[in-house]
Design a protein around this ligand. Structure first.
Ligand code: AHR
Length: 549
């Protein structure tokens, strides 16, 4: 597609609303001419997949105040005997976050895990070069595992592929997963952890395609190193799941090419590949919120594109194995980036990447959750990046916790996206998003537009055990409520568990410690249940409707 400058884009977007459709639609939505209602037919037999337990995981990086002052703060009035903040632990346990990626991110590419184990008073303080921050190493592998057990989450470990060797990676697997009797397992036992940590999921490096990454390397070199590391790691523990480091996102000039080359080298040795993407109402959308509301379609498209690369390499190799996708960094992030937002100036626990979130960000995060649900056949792990303080739904201060706007759609996905995802193809009114601007992110390339975009984006889940079906409804229309008609093909709901929405008059409103409840969910009036149901979704809203069967 011809690239469009930011000026050209802004002109088009303001003069003509949205320009004429050009881009490939990743959009399973039919625009029905003249229709004012979105119609959804739900057939319980049309199932996409069982939603993986790990679809709504998260991420904690040794960065800014995510760990220090976020989850670990021995001086806090909330600290337990381990120094863990009990208020944050309660919040994360209650959310039910299934899997958490740690310790990075960019941080991991310079991290020596040995610095973070053993007696705390012997651990070195080092300069983390990714974020120019003092890393005290008071929180390391064993603390993370202890914390993860306490909050009831599974660890997803990142490996240092920047300054670390394949041998270092295998040594960490041995430290974590071998019961006893070897050099590294005995070190763990000496450190007071008799039982193995049994870490199952491993990210084989982080964003190694990015020139910003410590140890950045060409794709083929990475693929060879990943192959070598995977072999050594699997020799230690054949049951582990390995996630190859995929492209940092579609803005990269090497997008797709990186993934293909990497997989040509290491396809047989890995189980999945990573995808990353951060969205923002910025250059890409021209600051136009109506365009911003369509950006979850970029996630649909990215998933489809990376799945296609995996399958192409699979076919080339005549392999019987299908790789899963690990969307292990996704979120809104565009304000607190670069400059002092990303530079700790050599201090410990600096305020980095503390993105403030508003209503429109929460709506998009809801839309992104919809995109993950409808691709749950292929995406088996995904991590909202991140969890506490750093680009996060939860913020801390000395007195407690703040829930940012994006907390709520994430909490709904965790609570209600259970069972099987249903395949639905809504029909209704929409608008056009033909072009997108050039993302400034690391000098990236522009994405094509989406063509016709439905005002209402819907996904549905069916939990037969709990006799519940849930609809996640995103009304992108910023001006008007939208009517939805639901036709149940073979199910008849008998009652409403919950019908809640995130909406409001001010798209830019957010929550702060001074005003923590400015944007929170509102309860909607229960619809009449039956084989045919009608709903009205408020303008600019993301709603969850959970029904008893
Ligand atoms: O999540 C913040 C950073 O974004 C991570 O460290 C890196 O992997 C990505 O670029």
């Amino acid at each position: 597609m011809k690239s469009v400058s930011r000026r050209q884009f802004l002109k088009k977007a303001t003069q003509a609303g949205m320009a004429v459709a050009a881009g490939a639609a990743a959009n399973r939505f039919a625009i029905a001419q003249g229709r004012t209602t979105t119609r959804v037919v739900i057939d319980s037999e049309r199932q996409i997949a069982t939603i993986d337990h790990n679809l709504f995981g998260s991420f904690l990086e040794q960065l800014g105040r995510a760990i220090y002052e976020g989850i670990y703060e021995p001086g806090s009035k909330f600290a337990d005997s381990n120094g863990f903040r009990t208020d944050v632990m309660r919040e994360i346990r209650d959310l039910g976050v299934p899997i958490i990626r740690w310790p990075g991110g960019n941080f991991v590419s310079g991290y020596h895990w040995l610095d973070g184990v053993g007696p705390k008073n012997k651990r070195p303080a080092v300069l983390d070069k990714a974020w120019d921050t003092l890393e005290t190493n008071q929180f390391g592998t064993d603390e993370f595992i202890t914390w993860a057990h306490t909050v009831g989450t599974e660890p997803l470990f990142g490996l240092n592929f920047g300054t670390g060797t394949a041998e270092d990676a295998a040594a960490l697997v041995e430290y974590c997963n071998v019961a006893k009797g070897t050099k590294w397992s005995e070190l763990r036992r000496t450190n007071g952890y008799d039982q193995p940590h049994n870490v199952k999921y491993w990210c084989v490096g982080n964003e190694m395609d990015g020139p910003w990454q410590i140890g950045h390397m060409p794709a083929s070199e990475y693929g060879l190193k990943a192959t070598d590391a995977a072999r050594q790691m699997r020799a230690i523990d054949p049951t582990i799941k390995l996630i190859a480091c995929g492209s940092s996102g579609p803005f990269m000039p090497t997008y797709i090419e990186w993934d293909r080359t990497v997989l040509e080298e290491c396809y047989d040795l890995v189980d999945g590949i990573s995808l990353h993407h951060y969205w923002g109402n910025t250059e890409e959308t021209g600051g136009n919120s109506q365009v911003y509301m369509a950006m979850n379609l970029a996630m649909d498209r990215q998933i489809q594109e990376i799945a296609a690369v995996c399958d192409t390499v699979r076919a080339q190799k005549r392999s019987g194995k299908e790789l899963f996708l690990s969307f292990d960094e996704w979120n809104v992030w565009y304000r607190a980036r670069g400059g002092d937002f990303a530079d700790g100036h050599g201090k410990a626990a600096p305020h980095l990447l503390e993105e403030p979130y508003n209503l429109e960000d929460a709506l998009l995060v809801g839309g992104l959750a919809n995109s993950l649900i409808r691709h749950s056949n292929r995406v088996k792990v995904a991590c909202l990046a991140q969890l506490v303080n750093v680009i996060a739904p939860i913020a801390t201060n000395d007195d407690g916790i703040l829930r940012h706007t994006i907390y709520y759609p994430y909490a709904w996905a965790l609570k209600y996206a259970r069972g099987r995802a249903l395949s639905i193809e809504p029909e209704g009114p929409g608008y056009e998003v033909a072009t997108l601007g050039v993302p400034i992110e690391r000098g990236g390339l522009p994405l094509p537009g989406f063509g016709q975009v439905g005002y209402v984006d819907v996904t549905a889940t069916l939990d037969t055990e709990a006799k519940t079906t849930t609809l996640f409804l995103f009304n992108r229309d910023l001006e008007r409520p939208q009517d939805v008609e639901i036709v149940w093909h073979d199910l008849t709901p008998t009652g409403v568990h919950t019908f809640m929405t995130m909406t409001g008059a001010d798209l830019k409103a957010g929550n702060t410690f001074a005003d923590p409840k400015r944007v929170t969910p509102q309860t909607l009036e229960n619809p009449k249940v039956g084989a045919r149901m009608t709903l009205q979704l408020p303008a600019r809203s993301y709603s969850v409707l959970s029904l008893a069967l």
